[in-house]
Structure formats: structure tokens, C-alpha cells
Design a protein around this ligand. Structure first.
Ligand SMILES: NC(=O)C1=CN([C@@H]2O[C@H](COP(=O)(O)OP(=O)(O)OC[C@H]3O[C@@H](n4cnc5c(N)ncnc54)[C@H](OP(=O)(O)O)[C@@H]3O)[C@@H](O)[C@H]2O)C=CC1
Ligand SMILES: O=C(O)C1=N[C@H](C(=O)O)C[C@H](O)C1
Length: 254
């Protein structure tokens, strides 16, 4: 029998962590060897011989977790959001000294969300206006969502490459925040509402028409095929990979 891949889950007691634990335990080719919670110690990951660690913790600890795991030679799949370019750059630099280790940071593991981002980047070249609206459960700590930030960055890069200018906006007076956050020149609006899980709309406007691209995660199970794909493939992608699209042959900026 082929040996099962040994997996550790960080943030195992959280909403996503619990779902990942179940998914790993149900996969015949994977073996859950460690769970780390807020009061736990990362040494449990190496003590258990984990080959891959999955991090669904909180924005304030995820980067430090990744550096510790890279030093230990453990591949990492990161779902935790709140990453910025500087933090990603530090991980990229660190990995130069651990060339066999792979780190995948993906703001969204749901296939539909990854496709939404790809479709939005493709469409954004052809519309005068584009704005992103993300909608989540009210227990979420970061805003805008990592997905919305990645969506806006992809849209901005596609528009810049195509020579498309900024979305028109005559606002000269506003209550602070009314026009949302500015992510690479794209307006992003965050809604927090009890009953929601994770949702995103990309609104694209031209004279006389509007295209809406919308994705809904109604259940955290929607993220599991992507997480398991990352766990199985991360070792084959040494260095830093940002976004699941690169494992799905959907391209985009790295
Ligand atoms: N990439 C994707 O597809 C998705 C990403 N996410 C992201 O995943 C992250 C987690 O979301 P969610 O599960 O809803 O959040 P939760 O708050 O439910 O879970 C986070 C867990 O991490 C624990 N934790 C805090 N510090 C540590 C630590 N140092 N070591 C281990 N565990 C720790 C928390 O414990 P305590 O509560 O005791 O502090 C909590 O149990 C968020 O950043 C979210 O945006 C969410 C869904 C999908
Ligand atoms: O906190 C969440 O729930 C989610 N977070 C991720 C994000 O910030 O994009 C992914 C998904 O939207 C769910």
C-alpha cells in the first residue's frame, strides 16, 4: 500500500479548521497527524512527522507560522487571509534558503470563487466601470476579504496591461468610507450580515449594460476540494504560489 501523506492542521478548532480536519480524515490518501489550536505549540507538527501543514488561523499569526514551518522543511497550504505584498515578499525571500519547500497561499479555495476571479479579470478590460462587493458572516475579522483583495488586484493588473483607465467617478463629497476601499484603484465594498457565509459580486458597467459575476459559498464544504488539491500538490510547487488558479491551469499574476 502507498504511504499516506502526513498532514497537520493549524487552527483546527476554528470554523475552517474543523471542516479541514474532517476532510483530511475522510481522504484515503491523507493521514491527519497533528492538530494545533490557539494554545498549542507548532513543534507538534514536526514531532508528528507532518509533511504538509494547513493553516486556517488568524491574520496576526499566520505569517510567523509559515516562517517556522519553512525552517522545519514542512510544506504549507495557507487559507488564512490578511496577507499583503510585504508579507508575501518576506516568505518568498525566506524560501530562497529552503528551495525544496512549497508554500501555497490562496485567499479562496472554492472553485467557483477562483473562476469568478479569472472571469472578472478577463471581463474587466472591456468595461468602463468595475467595482467589487464582498459579503460575509459578521464573525470575520478582516475587511475587505482576501478574495476581494485578490480579485481587485487581478482586475487592476488586467486593465493596466490593456491600457484601460480608472473607472469614472465624479464623487467630490462623501461620508468617509461611502465609496468603499481602494484596492489598486478598484473600489471594494464589504458587507457583514448574520446568515451569510462567503459571497462576492463583481459589477461591470458600460453605457446601457451591466455584467454581474457572482459567487456564493453556502457551506464551508465548498472550500474542501481546493484545500485537498493544495495539500496533494504543494510539494510539487517549490517556492511561493499565491492563488489556487496556478494549480488549476487558470494563469493570472503570481
Ligand atoms: N482561503 C479560503 O478558501 C478561506 C479562508 N478563510 C480564512 O481562514 C481564516 C480562518 O477562518 P475561520 O475558520 O472562519 O476563523 P475562526 O476564527 O473560526 O478560526 C481560527 C482559529 O484559529 C485559532 N488560532 C488563533 N491563533 C492560533 C495559533 N497561533 N495557532 C493555532 N490556532 C490559532 C483560533 O483560536 P481562538 O478562537 O481561540 O483564538 C480559531 O480557532 C480567516 O483568515 C479566513 O478569512 C476562511 C474560509 C475560506
Ligand atoms: O472569513 C471567511 O469566511 C472567508 N475568508 C476568505 C476571504 O477573506 O476571502 C475566503 C472566503 O471568502 C471565506
Amino acid at each position: 500500500m502507498t504511504e499516506r501523506l502526513k498532514v497537520a492542521v493549524l487552527g483546527a478548532a476554528g470554523r475552517m479548521g474543523r471542516t479541514v480536519v474532517e476532510a483530511v480524515e475522510s481522504a484515503e490518501d491523507l493521514e491527519l497527524v497533528a492538530r494545533v489550536d490557539a494554545d498549542g505549540d507548532l513543534s507538534a507538527v514536526t514531532d508528528a512527522g507532518a509533511q504538509v501543514a494547513v493553516d486556517f488561523t488568524v491574520p496576526s499569526v499566520t505569517e510567523a507560522n509559515v516562517h517556522t514551518l519553512v525552517d522545519a522543511g514542512v510544506h504549507v497550504v495557507v487559507g488564512t487571509t490578511g496577507w499583503d505584498d510585504a508579507a508575501l515578499g518576506r516568505v518568498r525571500d525566506h524560501l530562497v534558503h529552503a528551495p525544496a519547500v512549497g508554500v501555497l497561499v490562496a485567499p479562496n479555495f472554492a472553485l467557483g470563487a477562483v473562476l469568478t476571479m479569472a472571469f472578472a479579470a478577463q471581463a474587466a478590460r472591456w468595461f468602463e466601470s468595475v467595482e467589487v462587493v464582498e459579503l460575509h458572516h459578521p464573525d470575520k475579522v478582516d475587511a475587505p476579504s482576501g478574495t476581494a483583495r485578490h480579485t481587485a488586484a487581478g482586475i487592476a493588473a488586467a486593465r493596466a496591461a490593456a491600457g484601460v483607465g480608472p473607472s469614472p467617478d465624479a464623487t467630490s463629497q462623501q461620508i468617509e468610507g461611502a465609496r468603499g476601499a481602494d484596492v489598486d484603484g478598484v473600489r471594494v465594498h464589504a458587507v457583514r450580515l448574520r446568515g451569510l457565509v462567503a459571497h462576492e459580486e463583481v459589477l461591470l458597467g458600460n453605457p446601457g449594460e451591466m455584467l454581474t459575476i457572482r459567487h456564493d459559498s453556502f457551506d464551508r464544504i465548498s472550500f474542501m476540494p481546493g484545500v485537498l488539491l493544495g495539500v496533494r500538490q504543494v510539494a510539487r510547487h517549490p517556492g511561493l504560489t499565491v492563488g489556487l488558479e496556478h494549480l488549476l491551469d487558470l494563469g493570472g499574476r503570481r
